[in-house]
Design a protein around this ligand. Structure first.
Ligand code: AMP
Ligand code: SF4
Length: 474
């Protein structure tokens, strides 16, 4: 059941640029800055105002593109995508942006997020004769857009978006227009920037910094932006909106130099570390160390607040990708060994506080505790700058099914025992909310905390027929 509900777009990154003489090159740089959001494939679709052309491939941005390939797709606008997927759905046909040619014109689409009801919509569309080329739920959206031939393009996109449940930051491009949309909950980040006379959009603001674009604002939940030669127009496609930004973006996913809704990710992580230190003031230790790279900010915050020295207790081999890329448990375990080494001089004989941002399966923590102890650490106190993750994510983050989440079946004490730590402390949900400094209330939220609390901001079982969906069934 869960497998059926889960789509294949995980944690990706999107980038778009309108009205620029060098859209392919700048998209390449933009994707470079977003590489941490997906390493399995990358693509750029360029518009030269007459046609849309794609260059894409599997692997890292650097492997997929070269000067020659980028020069072959000159134009004035582009949308681009880095892709992350763990199970199935590999293969070039799933690398985005997807590009469709038809008698009514070409259409390209890039998506970050995951749709809860993609399979349901797909079945309806297949019954009506649609043929799908990929297993990506993004293609469902393309078919929905193409379906209503009589409407103006923007209206077609709006009516398609109104059928979707889940998380999405979409970039849709025809040869003469770019449409940008963010889901009504604002689950995944999406920011708008300006470069010269043109516009840029990106999953994270770090992409703007690299290309010298200036940040304008974040795209609002439920907002649709139409960018064309007349400039930029904003409108709402959804009435019910609230803010449920993924808390894990602040905890782990986003790059520390990015700002989400004006809040810097590094600073938010540091505050999480500070808060965590307040929540485990009872721990007696000699040094604090963070698991590179994503936990360094929280470890610095922890050290500042606790007054303990921050030390480089673990070194990362930069030339090994993120551990999650390797799909099997065995490979993942080996991946951790390849990736991190302890600095014996720092940890030997010391009571070490090891800060990590999250525990998913528990593999990383267990390996690191063992590694630190083998290096001579007297005690290892594991502190985690997020609460126990006990519920799966349906919004595009690869935290799989409940069975794979150690906190879904084990208590904190049982997890401590499994990972072999002397103590284990998780940041409280309240502490995490406070540390982000986002306005938060139960009603309108401010953050999605579903993987920690089990309270999902949308329906997660797509069993309710949406009012608009009825027309699809005819
Ligand atoms: P695990 O070994 O399964 O407990 O994974 C925990 C580690 O994975 C932590 O060190 C995190 O930095 C990292 N992590 C957390 N969430 C994710 C995610 N959605 N994708 C990839 N890595 C993650
Ligand atoms: Fe982010 Fe967790 Fe919500 Fe998924 S469930 S969007 S990972 S906070």
């Amino acid at each position: 059941m869960l497998a059926e509900l889960r789509g294949l777009n995980e944690e990706c990154g999107v980038f778009g640029i309108w009205n620029n003489p060098d859209p392919a090159q700048l998209s390449y740089y933009g994707l470079h800055a977003l590489q941490h959001r997906g390493q399995e494939g990358a693509g750029i679709v360029v518009s030269d105002r007459e046609r849309l052309r794609a260059v894409k491939g599997e692997g890292l941005v650097n492997d997929v593109f070269d000067e020659e390939k980028l020069r072959a797709v000159e134009g004035t606008a582009a949308i681009a995508h880095v892709r992350y997927a763990t199970a199935g759905g590999n293969g070039i046909e799933n690398v985005q942006p997807l590009l469709f040619h038809s008698s009514t014109g070409s259409l390209s689409i890039a998506h970050n997020g995951n749709l809860v009801n993609a399979n349901r919509l797909k079945k309806h569309l297949e019954r009506q004769g649609s043929i799908f080329h990929s297993s990506s739920d993004t293609e469902v959206v393309a078919h929905l857009i193409k379906r209503s031939t009589l409407l103006p393009f923007k209206e077609k996109v709006k009516s398609a978006l109104n059928l979707l449940i889940g998380a999405y930051s979409f970039l849709v491009m025809t040869k003469d227009e770019m449409i940008v949309a963010r889901d009504p909950q604002g689950l995944r980040p999406l920011a708008l920037g300006k470069l010269g006379e043109g516009y840029v959009v990106a999953s994270e603001t770090c992409a703007f910094d690299l290309i010298g674009a200036s940040y304008v604002r974040d795209v609002e939940p439920g907002e649709l932006l139409v960018i064309n030669d007349d400039g930029i127009k904003s409108e709402r496609f959804a009435v019910e909106t609230n803010r449920a930004m993924c808390a894990m973006e602040y905890v782990y996913l986003a790059r520390p130099d990015s700002d989400i809704d004006g809040i810097n990710v590094h600073m938010a992580r540091k505050r999480m570390g500070r808060q965590l230190a307040r929540e485990c003031a009872h721990i007696e230790a000699d040094v604090v160390t963070g698991v590179p790279d994503s936990s360094i900010s929280a470890a610095i915050g922890f050290a500042e607040e606790s007054g303990l020295p921050y030390e480089l207790g673990l070194i990362k081999n930069r030339y090994v990708g993120r551990t999650f890329i390797q799909p099997t448990q065995e490979l993942r375990e080996r991946g951790v060994k390849m990736k991190l080494s302890p600095v014996v001089q720092v940890v030997k004989g010391k009571r070490v506080v090891m800060v990590d941002d999250s525990i998913v399966r528990g593999t990383t923590s267990r390996r690191i505790v063992t590694m630190l102890k083998e290096a001579g650490a007297a005690e290892v106190h594991v502190v985690i700058s997020s609460p126990p993750m006990s519920n799966p994510c349906y919004y595009g983050i690869d935290t799989s099914s409940s069975e794979e989440l150690i906190a879904s079946t084990k208590t904190v004490e049982e997890i401590r025992d499994t990972i072999g730590a002397d103590s284990l402390t998780f940041l409280s949900p309240e502490g995490m909310i406070e540390a982000t400094e986002r306005p938060f209330d139960e009603q309108n939220r401010g953050l999605c905390l579903a993987c920690f609390t089990g309270e999902y901001p949308t329906q997660i079982f797509a069993d309710t027929v949406l009012p608009h969906e009825k027309e699809l069934q005819n």
